[in-house]
Design a protein around this ligand. Structure first.
Ligand code: GLU
Length: 428
């Protein structure tokens, strides 16, 4: 796999161009929608625990704000790049649009490795980010949320710094807050559960019983873990999970043909989703190489970790049993692989539909914060299910009608919505 040359922004633009050419978009509109409208590059000076100063660089990209304030996560990653954040901000625009949220697309990233930083250092990065960016953030401007290697605690440090600088209370400036401080019930589970809500809707179309299906999952972070939990609760069998191991700089797949016990694996993982391999062996599970998850004889593949995992080279090697791919991660399938999957009759639920549960719940968090009235978890999950299934149904119906894959159908709907908003505003 060509990880070194892979560029997510080119990937996102290829997907956009492929669908844009089938729509009646003039050149100006295409030009506007194929790149972020605003790009901010910042440097955060941080006093480290040892007394030295380190400068952490990062980006906040706002792809499009025609439908509403920019919305999207802030990632901490040692290999963060401007192009990754550009792509992710673009995918956020389509994600909000396909679900019908009144939000635009944004994304941020700081180049750092939280696994090697103390909590104090992480707090100073969060506060430093706000010091650099506070004029460009706010409940009606740009609303960050957790993403790769960031969580509710990071959000609260940022909120606190923002409120200290602006001198008021603005719970809507950030989402993914802890439940006891303005967060929404169900936000932690929302992305992973949302993946399974769309899967259930697709299984119903295919007249397949979830209890008779098996799945293989890449990743055991927040998205993968909750997807695995709900899928097994509903009676599905997860036979393989692959996860990253920081200390060996390598990933492994954990296997069991009779199905893995997800609760047992949750007990033996660290907070970044690495499962303890010795303890997994003690549970009677087999451990093999990190790529093995992709080639299992299962009905369903759930890539929920990295970009560019399912490629033109890997599609011919997939088991003939695979019928469905649920894209829990952002950008897990290379552009060239889409047509091959479609030809093989494998249905994929595209990332910006499949993993939209997180941002949909962030939207609920904003509504609850604005009205200062908080919902029960059941209510949150019922509303989340409804919005995800409605979005799925629209995309599925268009894909059937036009005999196109669900990615192209989801893009068609999302681009149309953003284009209409841009036109109504008179921007183009
Ligand atoms: N980081 C999540 C995503 O990529 C959630 C974004 C949000 O809640 O704003 O969809």
């Amino acid at each position: 796999m060509s990880h070194n040359t892979y560029n997510p922004f080119i990937h996102a633009q290829q997907q956009f161009d492929h669908v844009a050419q089938t729509l009646e978009l003039d050149d100006g509109m295409k030009d506007l929608l194929r790149s972020p409208m605003k790009e901010i590059h910042f440097s955060i000076p941080v006093k480290m625990d040892d007394g030295t100063t380190r400068v952490f660089k990062g980006f906040r990209m706002k792809h499009n704000e025609a439908l509403g304030p920019a919305k999207g996560g802030l990632r901490f990653h040692p290999h963060e790049s401007a192009d990754t954040v550009r792509a992710l901000s673009m995918w956020m625009t389509w994600k909000c649009a396909v679900v019908g949220l009144p939000l635009g697309g944004g994304k941020g990233g700081v180049i750092c490795d939280p696994q090697t930083l103390s909590l104090g250092e992480q707090e100073r990065i969060c506060r430093g980010f706000i010091r650099q960016m506070h004029q460009l953030l706010g409940p009606n401007t740009d609303v960050p949320a957790p993403d790769v290697m960031t969580n509710g605690q990071h959000m609260i440090w940022m909120l606190d710094e923002y409120e200290t600088i602006t001198g008021g209370h603005y719970p809507g400036m950030i989402t993914g807050k802890p439940v006891n401080l303005g967060g929404s019930q169900g936000r932690t589970e929302a992305t992973g559960y949302g993946v399974i809500y769309t899967l259930e809707a697709l299984l119903a179309k295919k007249k397949l019983n979830i209890k008779e299906t098996t799945a293989s999952i890449q990743g055991f972070g927040n998205v993968a873990q909750y997807a695995a939990e709900l899928y097994t609760q509903l009676g599905g069998k997860v036979v393989a999970i692959s996860c990253w191991h920081q200390k060996d700089q390598k990933s492994y797949t954990i296997l069991h043909p009779e199905g893995l016990n997800i609760a047992a694996l949750v007990n033996i993982k660290d907070k970044f989703g690495s499962i303890d391999l010795d303890k997994a062996k003690a549970l009677g599970y087999e451990i093999t190489n990190g790529e093995a998850w992709l080639y299992q004889e299962v009905d369903i593949l759930i890539p929920a970790a990295l970009e560019n995992q399912i490629t033109a080279e890997s599609v011919p090697q997939l088991s003939s049993k695979v019928k469905i791919i649920c894209e829990g991660a952002n950008g897990p399938t290379a552009h060239e692989a889409d047509a091959l999957l479609f030809e093989k009759g494998i249905t994929f639920i595209p990332d910006f539909l499949c993993n939209a549960g997180g941002v949909t719940c962030s939207y609920f968090e904003q509504i609850q914060g604005n009205t200062n009235f908080y919902w029960e978890k059941d209510e949150v999950l019922t509303k989340l299910n409804l919005m995800m299934v409605n979005a799925f149904e629209r995309v599925y119906a268009l894909a059937e009608e036009k005999n196109i894959d669900m990615r192209d159908a989801a893009y068609t709907i999302a681009i149309q919505r953003v284009k209409d908003a841009v036109q109504l505003r008179g921007w183009a």
